[in-house]
Write a protein that binds this ligand. Structure first.
Ligand code: AMP
Length: 207
């Protein structure tokens, strides 16, 4: 099954995708993680967009995602986290005959999003996501899985968060209508702990 986990920045798409992919045994493909890795290259133009909270141009992301989806591990399905983020990207999937079976749309108020995003800490090595209040690591500031020092993303600062929410509303949210017309979208109340969200998602995949 080919699944899109959709929703505003910081709502928990990465955390829930990590849990869901283990349950249904398909790869978790997060464009943000792929782009952050590419942005480490000193010649990369990506960093300039990402640190300002802007979207990377469609053609740069779409090519990357197409190559990733061609790998053999995607044959029996995938979870896309952070793609599509514009109508053009959704149309790119359709044009390249990449079928999306379900779009799970995580919904919560802006205040919840800001609270989640401000406390987010990530492991720079394996991309595991923690939260200072909701999912703290066993040892403060240290990744449970690999022992690396956790960091706060450069774009998780108040100014950039506000920009990313704005960009989401203008450029990304219109995709909801696009998939609604195709009858593939299911809203999921994201203002809850991860476990009930995961159960709802698993139920939505069976329908
Ligand atoms: P994320 O980790 O999903 O919050 O993504 C971090 C940043 O990567 C975003 O703010 C964008 O700058 C960039 N990005 C990730 N996915 C996309 C996409 N599908 N289209 C354009 N930019 C993206």
């Amino acid at each position: 099954m080919n699944i899109v986990i959709f929703g505003p920045p910081g709502i928990g798409k990465g955390s829930i995708s990590g849990m869901l992919c283990e349950k249904i045994n398909v790869p978790h493909i997060a464009t943000g993680d792929i782009l952050r890795a590419e942005a480490k290259n000193p010649n990369s133009r990506l960093k300039a967009y990402m640190e300002k909270g802007l979207l990377v141009p469609d053609e740069m992301v779409s090519e990357t995602i197409e190559k990733r989806l061609e790998l053999p591990d995607c044959k029996s399905g995938f979870i896309l986290d952070g793609f599509p983020r514009t109508i053009a990207q959704a149309e790119f999937l359709q044009k390249h005959k990449i079928k999306i079976d379900r779009v799970l749309n995580m919904v919560a108020d802006d205040s919840v999003i800001v609270e989640r995003i401000s406390g987010r800490r990530i492991c720079p090595k394996d991309n595991t996501i923690f939260h200072t209040a909701f999912y703290p690591p066993k040892k403060e500031g240290i990744c449970d899985k690999c022992g690396s020092s956790l960091m706060q993303r450069k774009d998780d600062t108040p100014d950039v968060i506000a920009k990313r929410i704005d960009v989401y509303k203008k450029e990304t949210a219109p995709i909801i209508e696009y998939y609604k017309k195709k009858g593939r979208i299911k809203n999921i109340d994201a203002n809850r702990p991860l476990e009930p969200i995961l159960l709802d998602m698993l139920a939505a995949l069976k329908k």
